[in-house]
Design a protein around this ligand. Structure first.
Ligand code: TRP
Ligand code: SF4
Length: 400
């Protein structure tokens, strides 16, 4: 009934690195050609943990957008915007908070996990507890169908689905729903009304899924129904009320296995990253000084690639032939470590060259970036406003 809409956000809390590129951005770039996509900077989410260092956020916002563009996210295919520039997210967050049981928030696993992990910060705040609900507002306000996220975010999507269901349950049953639905059935004309009722009975009494599908396609064909009546008739079919907010699906992105400079997963907190647009000299130096198999002390010592973080980078960046060369050269002490690292350095530089070129255009003319975001915010606000109209009406807030 509704076309797919993909939505995802990223918190601006520092520069993006190759882990983000291989884990997230390559996936966004691919999806923008397959779906309608909205990608946004989750600056309010960043504030929930970085409320005492807002400068970090401010700096990262624009750098992050440039990183996205550098990676190939294309404003002609995807809508890019900043969360705080679409204040409707905050309004929906507030309204949803009215029906959100505290226990649901306290039980979201990231709540306690993150508090423990970031123990140097006081995260016993109202804002941090509400993090998943703000995320729900981000998603529900666009009626997004797919949300690409990593494994750790799946509970947030599940939470969002529960909030949508609860909202529809409480507010979808408008006063006089049955009567209004019956009136809408009549508007189909007597023949189609009869068919609709038969199909609805068959589904509700016998669980006949085919009948449900036929009824849905019958509704899809009705051009003249108002939006409200259409929603009512869809809701009436399945026995529920009107569906005001729709439940999204998590679209699991494979966990990034991008190894960092020390062989652990690449992560800012391990201080083992190569940034997305790392300066060439610094990139070269970082790889040249990477630790290798600790048992390979002298050039004449044979090494074991399985004990070497450089070998892990070869897995990401080298073809079979180069890997063979490195493997054999290492085990036979035929090559030195600096030699072994060179193809990796070359490959990362090569990967980054187009990114650096694309970024340069935006660095030279920052108004281009400002305009892309201004455009995206405007588009996002229009969509958000439509949902908010329905939400306010459902909650009895559309006074005139
Ligand atoms: N919580 C997400 C993260 O840390 C960021 C985020 C905020 C998000 N709002 C969202 C992701 C909405 C997807 C959809 O990665
Ligand atoms: Fe690592 Fe290559 Fe040195 Fe072997 S030769 S230890 S794989 S850097």
């Amino acid at each position: 009934m509704f076309a797919d809409l993909v939505l995802s956000g990223m918190r601006p809390t520092g520069s993006l690195h190759l882990g983000h590129y291989h884990g997230v951005l390559k996936n966004w770039v691919q999806m923008q050609h397959e779906f309608e996509c909205l990608f946004f900077v989750a600056d309010w989410h960043a504030l929930t943990t970085h409320y005492d260092t807002p400068q970090v956020i401010e700096q990262s916002v624009w750098d992050m957008v440039i990183d996205w563009l550098a990676a190939g996210v294309d404003p002609a295919h995807a809508t890019l915007f900043i969360q705080s520039k679409v204040p409707e997210h905050a309004e929906l967050h507030l309204l949803l908070s009215m029906i959100t049981p505290l226990g649901w928030l306290e039980r979201v696993p990231t709540y306690k996990d993150q508090q423990e992990k970031l123990s140097e910060k006081d995260l016993s705040t109202y804002g941090f507890l509400g993090y998943p609900l703000l995320q729900s507002a981000d998603i529900l306000i666009y009626r997004a169908t797919q949300v690409p996220v990593g494994e750790d975010q799946v509970p947030h999507i599940e939470f969002t689905r529960e909030i949508a269901r609860r909202f529809n349950h409480i507010y979808g049953r408008e006063v006089g729903f049955e009567e209004k639905a019956a009136a809408a059935v009549k508007k189909l004309g007597s023949k189609k009304a009869k068919l609709y009722n038969e199909l609805r009975d068959r589904y509700q009494e016998q669980g006949d899924d085919e009948a449900l599908e036929s009824a849905k396609s019958l509704l899809d064909e009705q051009q003249s129904l108002s939006h409200g009546d259409r929603e009512r008739l869809f809701g009436y079919l399945e026995g529920g009320g009107k569906m005001i907010l729709s439940e999204p699906q998590a679209m699991l992105t494979a966990a990034s296995k991008m190894p960092g400079l020390d062989g652990q997963k690449m992560s800012k907190s391990y201080n083992n990253t190569i940034t997305l647009r790392e300066d060439e000299a610094s990139l070269t130096k970082k790889i040249r000084t990477m630790p290798t198999d600790p048992a390979r002390i002298r050039r004449t010592d044979a090494g074991n690639p399985d004990k070497c973080p450089v070998w892990q980078l070869h897995q990401v960046y080298s073809n079979e032939q180069t890997k063979q060369w490195a493997m054999q050269g290492c085990k036979s002490a035929g090559i030195g470590c600096i030699e072994c690292k060179q193809p990796v350095i070359d490959a990362v530089l090569e990967e980054q060259r187009p990114m650096r070129e694309r970024a340069q255009v935006y660095l030279d003319d920052p108004t281009l970036v400002r305009n892309i975001i201004a455009d995206g915010c405007e588009k996002a606000r229009k969509r958000a406003a439509e949902t908010m109209r329905d939400v306010r009406e459902a909650m009895g807030l559309s006074y005139t």
